[in-house]
Write a protein of this length. Structure first.
Length: 627
């Protein structure tokens, strides 16, 4: 993070000065050295000081190189003790250039001590480089580490923004569902989104507070963040504030990578790095670091603009464009729904052996068992069972004591819930929470899928199978719907904007499906062109009936005939969007964003033209004695 934030720029300037041959070379190097001693760094969530410590170490290492160049004429004599430089001509970079805010008192004190320890280490390096002892004893300067809640204090009281050179760090990651009431109030107060207050991650509060802080100064910002800030519904909540309220631009970014591991090599968190600069100071060339392997090293590309979803936005009309969550499809597609939510605490749910054991003691219950399947079961080729009782005859149920016990257990479970809606459901214990009655086959799309797959496995289930809330369902789907949704075009849209669990895709109906821009052709044309390709993909799957969808869509084991069918389908869908097709996923995403921009324009105009509803005045209070 610190390299693109400040270190690469300082190193490049140093190399430029070092290469000078004129008489002002030493004077300019000395001026550069003084500039290093004037840099200030603020980490508003510093913990034990890791980011400040590394920034200090690297700044001191650069200073040593600068000093070697400034004193190159006497360096040889210094090393053999023939000459000695006054200490005020050596290091001027010191710990008092570093500022931090930390809510925990013990980590705050560790941060102070660790910076002094790093100062001692770098003093020893400087001593070795120049052959003379250099120490700062007694200690006259200190790091500025404030023990406080960074979201409650004024950062400017610690370091005025006009004096701050860089804001950096690794604020805490806490999703909206896991925040305390106090944390949620802090985020809502800082974001000031109104209404429900949004679903922003805790880390977003630091982005917003940093955006406000740098307005008076102009320091660039570099934060490590959970990758959720660049995915799904949070993008439309956070980034317009950064772009419009604070006039910030993305100067550099690292796309999702795995950070940290345990002894078994399992990644702890999936993060991004975001570098922000005020619009007037943003570089003409933006740096984007991508990871073919999220545990490996990044490859860097450079662009005119970077979208908040962290892709090249140089050719998009509005690089600030964000996809807003929609409650209904704005593209003309039929409504995509969510499968059954049981609200039964697993009481009606059975594995194969559990079902067999239950039927041994209550064989007449067999007529009420239905196959039950979620995303994991669908992809990996297995299913569970549920007791499906909404249509059960009361007389039959009363003859099945074990089924009645289950019904009673569900009633008790629901009645003890803290949610009023669940308590109400206790009056209907044989009903499922949400039950879509489907009489014909329907299309299903798993909520989550591995990022390794090029295609999220989509397909049909029969009406005898109950899909649970881990599957999205499209009733009365046609083959061309299947073809379009399983195409590389739709997959590119999903990968660009959907939320993720770690790095796995979490398919969002409101953000992905309801907003997906369709090709500029009539539905009849899509049906004519795509139906044969849908049939070809399904036929290729049928050639490997013994394989699960996990087997078929693993990029290492995907059968050649299925690969060919998908490639032909992708080509056909691409040409519906534009005759020459697309050379890469990046081109697909850019084209889709241009179509989405057009899709949004009439909706925005309609919303702007809609008259605002006036609030009715409350009736005047009756005077004393009036009825």
């Amino acid at each position: 993070m610190i390299e693109p934030l400040f270190l690469d720029g300082l190193r490049a300037e140093f190399e430029r000065l070092k290469a000078r041959k004129d008489s002002r070379r030493r004077t300019e190097l000395q001026r550069f050295h003084r500039r290093l001693g004037a840099q200030t760094f603020l980490d508003p969530a510093c913990g034990c000081g890791n980011f400040l410590i590394i920034a200090y170490r690297e700044l001191r290492a650069l200073e040593i190189e600068v000093l070697k160049e400034i004193h190159s004429d006497v360096l040889g004599r210094l090393k053999v003790g023939v000459a000695v430089l006054p200490s005020n001509q050596l290091s001027i970079v010191d710990v008092d250039q570093f500022y931090g805010i930390e809510i925990g008192e013990f980590p705050a004190r560790i941060a102070e001590t660790a910076l002094w320890m790093m100062d001692h280490i770098m003093n020893n390096r400087l001593s070795a480089a120049f052959g003379q002892a250099f120490a700062r004893i007694p200690l006259k300067k200190s790091p500025h580490i404030l023990h406080a809640d960074a979201l409650e204090v004024d950062w400017a009281a610690l370091l005025p923004p006009e004096q701050c050179s860089y804001v950096l760090g690794n604020p805490p990651f806490i999703g909206a569902k896991y925040q305390t009431a106090e944390q949620r109030a802090q985020v809502r107060g800082i974001a000031n989104l109104g209404g429900s207050g949004g679903t922003l991650d805790y880390v977003c509060a630091w982005f917003l507070k940093a955006g406000a802080y740098v307005q008076a100064g102009g320091a660039p910002i570099g934060f490590v963040a959970t990758n959720s800030v660049t995915q799904g519904e949070q993008v439309a909540q956070l980034w317009p504030l950064l772009f419009d309220r604070y006039r910030l631009e993305i100067a550099f970014a690292h796309r999702t990578f795995a950070w940290g591991s345990d002894a078994r090599g399992m990644a702890h968190v999936h993060v991004v790095i975001i570098g922000l600069a005020k619009a007037e100071a943003a570089p003409a060339e933006r740096r984007l670091f991508g990871y073919a392997d999220i545990k490996g090293d990044p490859a860097e590309t450079r662009h005119k603009a970077i979208a908040p979803y962290l892709f090249d936005a140089g050719s998009v009309a509005d690089p600030h464009l964000v996809v807003k969550e929609e409650s209904r499809p704005i593209n003309g597609l039929p409504k995509l729904k969510t499968g059954v939510q049981m609200i039964d605490n697993g009481i009606y749910t059975f594995k194969d052996d559990e079902k067999a054991e239950f039927l041994q003691i209550e064989p007449l219950a067999i007529k009420f068992f239905r196959k039950y399947i979620g995303g994991d079961e669908y992809i990996n080729g297995f299913y569970r069972w549920i007791l499906y009782l909404p249509d059960a005859n009361p007389q039959e149920l009363r003859k099945l004591p074990n089924v009645m016990d289950r019904i009673n257990s569900v009633r008790e479970y629901r009645s003890k819930s803290g949610r009023a809606s669940t308590q109400k459901m206790s009056l209907y214990p044989t009903k499922l929470g949400v039950d879509e009655r489907l009489e014909r086959g329907y299309l299903v799309l798993p909520n989550t899928s591995s990022e390794r797959r090029e295609y999220v496995p989509i397909g049909w289930l029969g009406p005898d199978v109950i899909a649970n809330q881990k599957l999205r369902i499209l009733a009365d789907a046609l083959p061309w719907h299947f073809a379009l949704l399983t195409s590389a075009m739709h997959m590119a849209w999903m990968r660009a904007i959907t939320g993720r669990m770690k790095s796995d895709y979490m398919y969002s109906v409101g953000v992905v499906y309801n907003t997906f821009p369709l090709p500029p052709v009539r539905a009849e044309e899509m049906e004519r062109v795509l139906t044969p390709h849908a049939e070809a993909v399904l036929a290729a799957r049928a050639n490997h009936a013994e394989a699960t969808l996990a087997d078929l869509y693993d990029p290492l084991t995907m059968p050649p005939d299925l690969r060919r069918a998908h490639t032909a389908l992708d080509r056909a869908v691409d040409r519906l969007y534009r005759p020459k097709g697309f050379a890469s996923e990046r081109e697909r995403v850019e084209h889709l964003f241009m179509l989405y921009e057009k899709l949004q324009a009439p909706l925005a105009a309609k919303a702007a033209a809609k008259p605002k509803r006036r609030r009715k005045r409350p009736p005047a209070k009756a005077e004393a004695g009036e009825p």
